[in-house]
Design a protein around this ligand. Structure first.
Ligand SMILES: Nc1nc2c(c(=O)[nH]1)N[C@H]1C(S)=C(S)[C@@H](COP(=O)(O)OP(=O)(O)OC[C@H]3O[C@@H](n4cnc5c(=O)[nH]c(N)nc54)[C@H](O)[C@@H]3O)O[C@H]1N2
Ligand SMILES: Nc1nc2c(c(=O)[nH]1)N[C@H]1C(S)=C(S)[C@@H](COP(=O)(O)OP(=O)(O)OC[C@H]3O[C@@H](n4cnc5c(=O)[nH]c(N)nc54)[C@H](O)[C@@H]3O)O[C@H]1N2
Ligand code: SF4
Ligand SMILES: [Mo]
Length: 721
């Protein structure tokens, strides 16, 4: 009989509660935990492959060092000794700025790792800490800084009668908009209750299929569409006049600037039916409760910050923030109690502070230092040049925009280190690869999903849910894998550094345990971690008495719906020429716009080495409308060259009636370095290569155009091996 353990799936950010069968010390099967009060037994195909992931023959089970003949095993202590020596030398020769950190996707599920990595960066005195958030939706926090954050937070999905998703597909992505904890059930329940859904997306996504109104727009035109919706809401007086009067500034400027965004103008520019646009605005604003939330698509298209700002403006016009006396949906569990006030918080600076980058006049900003400029920082010689990079649960070669530049950067580093579970496209170029423990091999807490509260219209957990998981299985016998935090702690010990972890000085002699670090991360939490541990299925720690407090008497903050920078951007958008094709550069014409998307079976570049997840596709298809294929003379399975104004990649065409005409829909983080391009049928291709980080980027935060990329297509007739 297998033992059964309750655990948290950390394959993706959703953190489903699962049941794991363990036989002879090995995980053998994963199913959902029906008694979990947040997920109700849900798992997806990825989570059910945790055993295959843990015992994958390609997993990195030992620290690896690169030599003349490729990578070979090295003892962990020796690897840390060598890395510490090299770091000391690099810092002595070039200063601490030469050391950069990139914490990415798999930093999220391991909160002790990312906290320790940043403690290490503080201790050496380098501010060059980057995260994948800056190539995700950096416009969200930047727009929030300009508009202001409502302290009591957004209205909860579970009580909403309308909702609008702008380029997000949470049913698949488990992110953004519909609470990402069994989102399909939550959407189903909400629709049954009578909630009306509006989706703005060039593709008939899993969410759009269920929507009352689907604006199947030309990609990249979201700022125009949202400005048009704002104009309809103002003209038809569908806004919350009291809320606007009492809580905002800038209404007159907003009203003036959206004036030219008439229904007909917007409809023509975004190539949508004017009636659909009117219906979208009326359906959303006609409701009482619910948020507009945006996802990665329009955040990666041009003017993501403006787009996010307009999302906030619609929410504010409609008064969709929590009010005095209402029950706080999630007052937190493993974080200090959150009892919001019915008022805006003071506005933090949006950009232009902290560390200055040496390129494109960028500096730290509310979205974090620009990872899209890190390759430049590595390649650009001179004072401050980055010589050492730690990638923690990230894969720059798969994920950073402009892959060819990234490739050069990865090879140029003096010390390139990946903390990863496999020899990723990046790890293959690293001097050291430290194999890390996987999700079932170390304790877990759900705290990171509380931390996303208020990220855009997201509430994180919609209720005060928390769960703890102890170690479920030991790593495979004979392996030497570390937790991410152990690497940075070990380096600090060797370099004689004192680390401050979550505000507390660490004992640098006696190594802490992961559980002790979690206690430190949860210090002052509303519910002690020890209490959460008593509930193996996870638990909702409700407290109806925690209600939104009134506005402070001396609070003079207002939400700004007429921010000068955003008004300026809307003026620029209006001045742009309206074209019929995908062109944005008058000198080159393009037939299509390539848009980003998620695939259910993989998680960015993760999952591509797990056979059960490769059943549908080994590569990332170039999904295309059948009408477009016919017009171009392409057949299903044809290999085409996809050309942007910067670079080109190969793609395998696949018929997809859900994709709008004029659009190619393709997942990112596939393919490998250029030497492997001819293997497109087996490994796919890297859409990041189409992006130019030096052109068409947000000048304030450096976010380049990573969706709605103008491209041309041509069939490749030479057979590939
Ligand atoms: N063109 C284009 N580019 C994009 C995007 C896009 O839509 N289009 N999306 C962007 C977004 S939103 C993001 S967040 C970034 C993602 O950027 P990254 O996070 O840099 O990319 P991933 O592919 O998620 O890299 C995760 C790495 O972690 C490893 N890994 C898996 N499990 C574990 C684990 O348990 N522990 C550790 N230590 N490592 C593990 C994987 O093997 C993989 O190498 O990409 C961005 N890039
Ligand atoms: N299965 C799976 N889940 C994932 C991931 C994964 O790789 N696989 N990645 C994870 C990561 S890192 C993140 S950040 C989240 C992202 O989560 P989401 O933001 O929900 O990501 P997508 O599912 O790609 O949804 C983006 C949508 O934007 C649309 N789109 C593209 N360009 C435009 C545009 O210009 N305008 C508009 N209106 N729409 C546009 C696309 O058609 C797509 O439907 O997902 C996470 N979840
Ligand atoms: S949605 Fe899938 S991959 Fe994500 S946590 Fe749940 S089971 Fe794991
Ligand atoms: Mo992301």
């Amino acid at each position: 009989m297998p033992e059964e353990h309750l655990a948290i799936c950390r394959f993706c950010h959703s953190f489903c509660g699962i049941r794991v069968n363990v036989e002879d010390g090995r995980a053998t099967k994963v199913i959902g935990d029906k008694h979990n009060p947040m997920y109700f037994g849900y798992t997806c195909v990825k989570g059910r492959q945790l055993p295959q992931q843990h015992y994958n023959p390609e997993r990195v089970l030992h620290p690896m060092k690169r030599g003349k003949d490729g990578h070979s095993r090295i003892d962990a202590e020796t690897a840390l000794d060598e890395m510490a020596d090299q770091l000391k030398q690099i810092i002595a020769d070039h200063g601490p700025r030469a050391v950069a950190l990139y914490s990415a996707t798999y930093s999220f599920p391991y909160p002790a790792g990312v906290t320790m990595a940043n403690a290490f960066m503080n201790a050496i005195g380098s501010r060059m800490s980057f995260s994948s958030g800056s190539i995700d939706q950096p416009g969200k926090p930047v727009a929030m800084a300009l508009h202001g954050r409502w302290d009591a937070g957004p209205q909860p999905f579970s009580e909403s009668d309308t909702w609008m998703l702008v380029g997000a597909n949470p049913v698949v992505s488990k992110w953004g908009g519909i609470p990402q904890y069994n989102p399909a059930k939550r959407l189903h329940d909400a629709l049954k209750r009578g909630m009306k859904m509006v989706v703005i997306d060039p593709r008939v996504t899993e969410c759009a299929e269920k929507a009352h109104v689907h604006v199947q727009c030309k990609p990249g035109e979201d700022p125009t569409i949202l400005a048009g919706i704002i104009k309809i809401i103002i003209d038809e007086e569908l806004y919350d006049a009291d809320f606007v009067e009492n809580e905002t500034t800038g209404f007159e400027d907003l009203k003036r600037i959206v004036e030219p965004y008439t229904v007909n103008y917007v409809a023509k520019r975004a190539d949508v039916d004017p009636d659909i646009l009117l219906e979208a605005a009326r359906t959303f604003a006609g409701g009482e409760r619910g948020m507009v939330t945006a996802g990665t698509g329009p955040n990666m298209a041009p003017r993501g910050t403006l787009m996010e700002y307009l999302v906030l403006v619609i929410n504010t016009l409609c008064g969709r923030w929590m009010r005095e006396g209402e029950q706080m949906p999630n007052p937190f569990v493993l974080l200090p109690e959150k009892r919001g006030k019915a008022q805006p918080q003071p506005k933090p600076p949006a950009w232009g502070y902290g560390e200055k980058l040496r390129v494109r006049n960028l500096s730290n900003n509310a979205g974090g230092l620009t990872a899209a400029a890190l390759a430049d920082e590595i390649l650009l010689e001179g004072e401050g040049q980055v010589k050492a990079l730690f990638s923690v649960g990230g894969n720059p070669m798969a994920a950073w925009p402009d892959q060819l530049k990234t490739y050069e950067a990865m090879k140029a580093l003096d010390l390139n280190v990946s903390l990863d579970i496999k020899m990723s496209a990046t790890a293959k170029l690293c001097d050291y690869v430290i194999g890390t423990k996987l999700g079932l091999e170390a304790p877990a807490i759900t705290q990171p999903n509380e931390g996303v509260w208020g990220y855009g219209g997201s509430t994180g957990f919609p209720e005060p849910y928390a769960m703890y998981q102890g170690t479920v299985v030991e790593p495979p016998e004979g392996s030497q894998v570390l937790e991410e935090w152990e690497v940075f702690y070990g380096l600090a010990q060797r370099m004689g550094l004192q680390l401050t972890f979550a505000g507390q000085e660490l004992d640098m002699e006696n190594k802490p345990t992961t559980d002790e670090l979690y206690e430190m991360l949860c210090a002052g939490s509303r519910i002690p971690l020890s209490e959460v541990k008593k509930y193996p299925h996870g638990h909702i720690f409700s407290d109806e008495s925690i209600r939104v407090l009134p506005r402070d008497e001396d609070c003079e903050e207002k939400l700004d719906i007429g921010n000068e920078f955003m008004i300026g951007d809307l003026e620029e958008v209006m001045a742009e020429p309206v074209t019929d094709d995908a062109a944005y550069d008058a000198t080159i014409s393009f037939s299509h716009r390539l848009v980003s998307r998620r695939l259910n079976d993989v998680y960015n570049s993760s999952g591509r080495d797990i056979p059960a997840l490769m059943k549908n596709h080994r590569y990332n298809p170039a999904f295309m409308n059948p009408g477009d294929m016919e017009a171009a003379g392409f057949k299903h399975g044809d290999v085409v060259r996809i050309q942007s104004d910067h670079s080109s990649i190969l793609g395998v065409v696949e018929e997809a009636p859900d994709v709008r005409t004029g659009v190619i829909s393709m997942a990112h983080a596939f393919g490998d370095a250029p030497e492997f391009d001819d293997q497109v049928m087996y490994i796919g291709s890297n859409t990041g290569r189409l992006t130019n980080v030096e052109k068409d980027y947000d000048p304030r935060i450096g976010m380049p155009r990573m969706s709605a990329i103008p491209v041309n297509l041509a069939r490749v007739d030479d057979p590939l091996p």
